[in-house]
Design a protein around this ligand. Sequence first.
Ligand code: PRP
Ligand code: URA
Length: 215
Amino acid sequence: MAKDPRWDNVVVIDHPLVQHKLSILRDVGTGAKEFRELVKELAMLEAYEATRSFQLLETVVRTPITQTTTFVLAGKKVAVIPILRAGLGMVEGIIELIPAAKVGHIGLYRDPETLQPVEYYCKLPEDIGERDVLIVDPMLATGGSAAAAVQFLRDRGAREINLLVLLAAPEGIEEVNRLCRDVTIYTCAIDSHLNDHGYIVPGLGDAGDRLFGTK
Ligand code: PRP
Ligand code: URA
């Protein structure tokens, strides 16, 4: 894991396996099946890093050889919140790793003209305020969608919020930090900039369309 000197709340997952998989994900020749598998795997690897600070409790286990003191999770409650629709691609890998996590959904799309997020769905676990929240979305571009999701969640009582993306633009990180305090952002890479249509450069194109084959 690497900290970016520009932002102390941003963690870049620089593990070689992550960087290798990300390169294949970016490739225009990668088809929808492989794209979905890579998004799932990258989300799982990212969640592994994002949960590094979870607390442990001592317990006693009897192995076939002897009794020993070991560690288990201290009952951390987690909520995984995908931003529809591309965030859906990241859920499965994370709940395989954290099967007790609850999943909420926030439906947002970017208006293609204004690039502003428009909410069309929101369903969250009732006890969201007691859970560590992992908002998941492959792309942090202008930051409008992520910032809106953080604000919805805060309005509904969420406290501990982490944002897991696969690619981030500097503009998106700045926007999240401007509008939302205390959010840790995990990403596999920070790209160069946004183009005139709000797409990340070099990026990977439209994550939702590549996941679901809609273009
Ligand atoms: C994409 C992506 C993010 C958003 C990022 O979703 O999955 O949610 O754009 O852009 P922003 O940082 O500028 O807000 P999109 O709106 O294309 O919807 P989709 O997931 O339904 O394809
Ligand atoms: N949404 C995407 O899917 N890709 C981008 O590059 C920006 C926003």
